[in-house]
Ligand binder design. Structure first.
Ligand SMILES: [Zn+2]
Length: 151
């Protein structure tokens, strides 16, 4: 997804919409997602933490924001504003630039999410920015094995 015009820093670019589901339902769907992935199907994650009770499942065609890719050096962030997830510009974005945000996956799942964002600072796996440094503590051989094991 690309910027059609210059987007000023701090702009709410698009709302990440979807179905509000319980944490328990989110767990069930996560298991389904992994099973789909094992069969070679769509195993992308579209579930967001909304609050302590509910998650948001954005896996619907109506949610155009689901098409925004992850980057290890993103130009947007996902903000929870009064229970709504907004994709917000974290700097000025010139016309034509691809929109990206940090998917923010937990470090413990690092093996599951290979990153190919192509940024100079790409960590190789999609792990949220605050925990990404922990990848460097993992032995190179183990990371290489993980790269062979995930798609
Ligand atoms: Zn990356």
């Amino acid at each position: 997804m690309y910027a059609k015009e210059l987007i000023p820093d701090g702009t709410r670019v698009i709302e990440y919409t979807g179905e509000q589901i319980t944490k328990k339902e989110a767990e069930r769907r996560e298991a389904q997602r992994l099973a789909r992935g094992r069969k070679g199907g769509d195993d992308c994650v579209y579930i967001f933490d909304l609050n302590q009770r509910y998650d948001l499942d954005g896996r619907t065609r109506k949610n155009v924001a689901r098409l925004i890719n992850h980057s290890c050096a993103p130009n947007c962030r996902a903000d929870n504003i009064n229970g709504h997830i907004w994709i917000v510009a974290r700097r000025e974005i010139p016309e034509g630039e691809e929109l990206t945000f940090d998917y923010g996956f937990a470090f413990k799942e690092w093996r599951q999410h290979r990153c190919r964002c192509g940024s100079k600072r790409c960590a190789g796996f999609i792990v949220n920015g605050d925990q990404r440094w922990r990848l460097k503590k993992i032995p190179r051989a183990e990371r290489a094995r993980a790269l062979g094991a995930v798609h």
